[in-house]
Design a protein around this ligand. Structure first.
Ligand code: LLP
Length: 433
């Protein structure tokens, strides 16, 4: 579990990280700007590595949550593999120098070209394709045979478990498009000798994202572990691995997210014995948000204060195209002023704060980062605010809607900051048109 201000603190009255002032970055780089803390990624990764230490394991960062090359390189250097879902993400993994035996390819719509790209990655091909349907398996079989290869595969099992998260990011129910049922897995396994291009190595699951309770995972792991055992009787060789997906939640407001240690204990409860009896058996996990969510903030400048009878609107220079989560999922992000003297709460004296909507300049009413928040009445044009917990699914889901160039990205590491993606320009916007 990580918290919104775990890797960013007020220092000398200014929001900072690792001794670097976010105000200084905004002055130099401009706004809006995504700012990441290296420890924000590395600390939870280390905690996961520590929790999984007794197990043969591989932690594959879900790079859809944050796919900046500098972040990928940093995580790969710390031993992480990657979970990816497109040819573009595989290209990024290659650019970041991620080893082939540390890559899993998930997703319901892999094309023949993407399969080829995965099979030829670094010559040897990636660790596993997590296959989600029979037509996909047949396609992969054909592509592999045409290249004279056998494709390493994990079947994605849909355990029909309610992850109790936002419906848009819940994936483990029968009605979702993901994975195949237990009986489909068994029938695929029975027909494997007709698929010469397939090497079944594992099973995978992923039931949803931002899970705030471990109970659905407990249920899903139990069903997966049963199925792994069942397959022992159907195959000459035992499975090489189980991929447990991503999904443990983080704190955005004051939700009690699961502890990383408890998550690792749960994994041991279901798979510890098997791992002990067959040391070759590997456990994969695919965390995204756990590693990236609270590692980043989006810093933005106030353009106007627009006063209204019941509340004020603060119009800032970041918008829904930069961070779409509030508009798309109505998700909560804490927003704080960069200057500590401007921090207020509902318990501050009445004249110090005003009910505020914090909104962007895009022409849609859903372009709203926060509604009815107590915010300082002193904040006005030119002041900086930080939208917290923006490291996961922030920049990676950004767009150029309203022809707004995407923000710069900055990484703070060892007390210094560097730009890891320059701000897009107007020329970038029209390139290719
Ligand atoms: N593995 C698979 C197969 C996935 O589909 C996902 C996320 C993950 C791992 C990583 O999940 P995480 O550890 O980050 O929860 N855009 C949404 C989240 C979409 C998640 C999609 N799949 C959001 O902003 O909340």
């Amino acid at each position: 579990m990580t918290r919104p201000l775990q890797f960013f603190q007020y220092q000398n009255g200014i929001l900072s990280s690792d001794g670097v002032s976010l105000e200084a970055i905004a002055e130099q780089i401009g706004t809006p700007v995504y700012i990441y803390s290296a420890s924000g990624f590395i600390d939870p990764l280390k905690e996961l590595q520590e929790g999984m230490r007794d197990l043969n394991h591989l932690i594959c960062f879900a790079l859809k949550s944050n796919s900046n090359l500098s972040i990928l390189r940093m995580l790969a250097k710390e031993g992480a593999g990657m979970d990816l879902v497109s040819g573009g993400e595989l290209f990024r993994a290659a650019q970041a120098g991620v080893q082939s035996d540390k890559i899993v390819f998930s997703g319901v719509g892999k094309t023949a070209d993407e399969m080829k790209q995965g099979l030829l990655y670094e010559g040897t091909g990636i660790y596993s394709f997590n296959v989600e349907s029979l037509p996909e398996l047949r396609q992969l079989n054909d592509v592999a045979i045409s290249l004279g290869k056998r494709a390493p595969v994990a079947l994605r099992f849909n355990p029909d478990v309610d992850a109790k998260t936002h419906p848009y990011i819940s994936t483990g129910l029968k009605r979702n498009k993901f994975g195949i049922t237990r009986s489909e897995v068994l029938s695929v396994v029975r027909s494997l000798d007709q698929l010469r291009g397939i090497h079944l190595k594992g099973l995978s699951i992923h039931i949803g994202s931002q899970l705030l309770s471990l109970a659905p995972l407990d249920d899903a792991f139990s069903k997966l572990s049963d199925l792994v055992h069942e397959l022992d009787h159907h195959q000459d060789r035992p499975l090489e691995f189980a991929d447990l997906g991503g999904g443990i939640g983080i704190t955005y407001q004051n939700e009690k997210a699961p502890l990383i240690q408890s998550y690792c204990k749960l994994i041991k409860k279901h798979f510890g014995k098997r791992a002990k009896n067959s040391p070759q058996f590997k456990l994969l996990i695919e965390p995204g948000r756990t590693l990236s969510g609270n590692a980043g903030v989006l810093v933005s400048k106030v353009i106007y204060r627009k006063e209204r009878r019941n509340k004020d609107f603060l119009v800032i220079d970041a918008a829904m195209n930069d961070l779409i989560r509030p508009a798309l999922y109505e998700s909560f992000h804490e927003i704080v002023p960069i200057e500590k003297r401007l921090v207020v709460s509902k318990s501050s004296p009445k004249k110090k704060w005003v009910k505020t909507n914090i909104v962007g300049p895009v022409c849609e009413s859903s372009d709203c980062f926060a509604s009815d928040r107590p915010f300082s009445s002193q904040i006005g044009p030119g002041d900086l605010v930080a939208i917290l917990s923006a490291g996961a699914y922030g920049f990676s889901m950004s767009s150029t809607y309203n022809s707004r160039p995407r923000p710069a990205e900055v990484l703070i590491q060892e007390g210094k900051f560097s730009t890891i993606r320059t701000r897009e320009t107007w020329e970038d916007l029209v390139r290719g048109e």
